[in-house]
Design a protein around this ligand. Structure first.
Ligand SMILES: Nc1ncnc2c1ncn2[C@@H]1O[C@H](COP(=O)(O)OP(=O)(O)O)[C@@H](O)[C@H]1O
Ligand SMILES: [Mg+2]
Length: 246
């Protein structure tokens, strides 16, 4: 197994007396494509948000290359430049152009010179097929185009890991494919990815490991060839049959 980038250890999270994550253990190794599936409310987003430090766990820890991630703003900014996140709702700045969105963090956080930030932005916008739109504002783009820009923006930081929280769930059905294709392409580049998704065919075909979450637990963690065809946990079986039926 390759080197561990992120290690989630005995992590629990409660909102008030509602325990949303229960003793999660999960390692992310270099080059893995991990898909996380599970019913709505099972804690998938909260897990990604704890990894990305948008939420603070109640107990347990998140390690990055063997060091606990501390909630000190300067360290968080540096950590987030290495552990990027793509959201369901794109989170682009609507008052900025596509190019400005893609240059903002590389300029402000990485302090890259303008030319280098520009070159990176163009490289990644080309890769997602959005180079012709550099001067457009997000409001002029379709949902699928916005998400492709958001992915390019994350790639500009040269992250070690990219987290995706249901990147296609806010899209009209005809735009899901273009975003999944970009992600499939990314998966071939060796980028480490952790993807929360309801796209079961994508998870089955693209992930190197699939995790099924249920009621705040990691209920099953297996290669997709096993999880989708011969799940060990009855809850996984039930979820998949419900999912495939509906
Ligand atoms: N900020 C919050 N405050 C209170 N409850 C929350 C908050 N965020 C999530 N929850 C609750 O935690 C549970 C898990 O949510 P979430 O992680 O979003 O699940 P999923 O992404 O799997 O749908 C849900 O019951 C949700 O209502
Ligand atoms: Mg969610």
């Amino acid at each position: 197994m390759s080197e561990t980038i992120i290690s989630v250890q005995d992590l629990s999270k409660s909102f008030g007396d509602h325990e949303v994550l229960r003793k999660i253990d999960m390692d992310v190794h270099v080059g893995e494509i991990i898909c996380i599936v599970g019913s709505s409310g099972s804690g998938k987003s909260t897990l990604l948000r704890c990894i990305n430090r948008l939420e603070r766990q109640t107990s347990g820890k998140v390690m990055f290359y063997g060091k606990e991630v501390r909630d000190v703003q300067r360290e968080i900014n540096e950590y987030r430049s290495k552990v990027g996140m793509v959201f369901q709702s794109f989170n682009l700045f609507n008052n900025m152009t596509v190019l400005e969105n893609c240059m903002l963090c590389t300029r402000k956080v990485l302090h890259l010179p303008k030319e280098e930030a520009f070159d990176r932005a163009i490289t990644h916008l080309k890769a997602v097929g959005m180079a012709p739109y550099i001067h457009a504002k997000p409001s002029q783009l379709s949902g699928g185009q916005k998400q492709r820009v958001a992915i390019a923006r994350s790639l500009c930081m040269n992250p070690e890991v990219l987290l995706f929280d249901e990147p296609t769930s806010a899209l009209d059905p005809e735009m899901v494919g273009e975003v999944l294709n970009v992600m499939k392409q990314l998966a071939t580049t060796g980028l480490t990815m952790v993807i929360v998704t309801h796209e079961m065919a994508f998870a089955r075909d693209v992930s190197t490991r699939t995790i099924f979450m249920d009621g705040g637990y990691v209920a099953e963690d297996a290669p997709p060839s096993q999880l989708f065809t011969n799940p060990k946990n009855p809850r996984t079986r039930e979820f998949l049959s419900r999912y495939l039926a509906g």
